[in-house]
Design a protein around this ligand. Structure first.
Ligand SMILES: [Zn+2]
Length: 449
């Protein structure tokens, strides 16, 4: 089960941070299918042994050495025998395609310069051998020679286990599901800005848990932009580079009122919704305005278990979302989305749901309309269960950072102070930029792995 490795590794890792706040990251979570149980508290003396068990659990810890290499001409593959006794197979075509020499690879860009039209996809080999410095050399019939580093080859082994490990290293898709007992992972805003290890812990928890609460930011505009700069760049949308969540007259979005917002994801009216959201509290409400959060992937899993028919409907029916108005500029958006989006393996990869922007246009055969409403209501009823929802009140200086593809977030209605309205500043980023920074930080904190 894909969750199990993470559940063994992540909890100690999340609790093992050097910062006292992150130390209390999770109190009680559970993985899918398991009863919630409290975790042991984090001893103050616990020393970090490197975050790598969280971020790079699957990475090789020791250098790999080649014992022997041979060409299997009939299969047109090269077989590498490793010192630890394992074997790996590499097709000749793939080896020739990935020659690392300066003629075939532009070193300054780490990009292939060999053209597909110049690749002999039926190539054989003349000689394969292990070099004195434990690399693998392949001499090709056209007089070209390729030399491959052992570690480079080992990482790219085609076995199921190796491909799974490399995929996890690159994408960190193992996630930790939670419910109302989650104690939201926290980190210090200033520390995240100045310390790479703190920034790495932040992004790892954001990826694994889906939400991290940063504390201690100044209560002024510009904080979310600085955080976005720390990562890369923010995502411009029709609501601007950053946006101000306040009670506005003639609001162009229900968020810009003082009313309750039921749990939703942002921007399903975009075909590519923003992956990550930053929300910074500049001034809070006099009364109400508590934030609500739900783990949408966990809710989808509960729906699949409790009501497979509803899950089937929400993963197959394409629903229209719309958004129109004027802000950064005039906009008139229309998109079709499955409310629960799954990948080719059936894994939930995105929740697309905002009841405010779900269109009255419903492009379904008429007999599927009532089953659609039944399915959506079943999902929303699970989302709204108290046992699944985390509620808390942000105070000025808090920044909520969360996975907008995974979490549903909402807010209770509020009343502003007489001397000033509740004010949050928000910004979006995409997961590509966040994961890019995460990989760079992991490499700089733990070495080039
Ligand atoms: Zn070459």
């Amino acid at each position: 089960m894909w969750m199990s490795t993470f559940s063994r590794l992540a909890l100690p890792a999340l609790q093992r941070s050097s910062s006292a706040t992150a130390c209390q990251a999770l109190r009680a979570c559970r993985r899918p299918g398991q009863a919630a149980s409290p975790l042991p508290s984090c001893p103050a003396s616990m020393q970090l042994r490197g975050q790598q068990t969280l971020g790079s659990a699957s990475l090789p810890l020791a250098r790999h050495s080649v014992r022997n290499v041979r060409a299997l001409d009939e299969k047109r593959m090269m077989e590498v025998e490793w010192e630890d006794g394992g074997h790996s197979l590499y097709p000749f075509t793939w080896l020739r395609d990935n020659c690392q020499c300066p003629l075939c690879t532009l070193g300054s860009a780490q990009a292939r310069s060999l053209l597909m039209s110049d690749l002999d996809i039926h190539t054989g080999v003349d000689v394969v051998e292990v070099t004195n410095d434990n690399k693998v050399s392949v001499a090709w019939p056209d007089q070209h020679t390729s030399v491959f580093d052992a570690e480079w080859l080992k990482k790219r082994c085609f076995s199921v286990a190796a491909r799974r490990a490399l995929k996890e290293e690159l994408f960190l898709n193992e996630q930790y599901y939670w419910d109302s007992k989650l104690r939201v992972p926290t980190a210090d805003y200033q520390e995240v800005l100045r310390d790479d290890k703190a920034a790495l812990d932040w992004l790892l928890a954001l990826r694994r848990v889906g939400v991290v609460h940063l504390k201690g930011a100044p209560a002024e505009q510009g904080v979310v932009a600085r955080l976005a700069e720390r990562i890369g760049y923010l995502r411009l949308t029709f609501y601007g580079h950053t946006w101000q969540v306040q009670d506005k007259r003639m609001a162009n979005n229900v968020a810009y009122t003082s009313g309750k917002l039921s749990p939703h994801t942002d921007y399903p009216a975009l075909h590519f919704a923003p992956g990550v959201q930053l929300l910074h509290c500049i001034s809070d409400a006099e009364e109400g305005g508590e934030s609500e959060m739900v783990d949408g992937f966990h809710m989808a899993e509960l729906l699949q278990r409790e009501d497979p028919e509803a899950f089937g409907t929400l993963t197959s029916a394409h629903v229209d979302f719309t958004d129109m108005g004027i802000d950064y500029c005039e906009f008139m958006l229309q998109a079709k989305k499955c409310i629960i989006e799954v990948d080719a393996d059936g894994r939930v990869v995105r929740i697309n749901y905002n009841n405010a922007t779900r269109d009255s246009v419903l492009d379904l055969p008429v007999h599927q309309v009532q089953p659609f409403y039944r399915a959506l209501r079943a999902f929303v009823d699970i989302i709204n269960r108290g046992e699944n929802m985390v509620t808390y009140k942000m105070i000025p200086g808090d920044v909520l950072t969360f996975d907008n593809w995974r979490l549903l977030h909402g807010r209770r209605s509020y009343r502003s102070r007489p001397d000033g309205s509740r004010h949050l500043e928000g910004a979006y980023l995409d997961w590509d930029e966040v994961m890019s920074r995460l990989r760079i930080l992991r490499s700089s904190v733990h070495g080039n792995i």
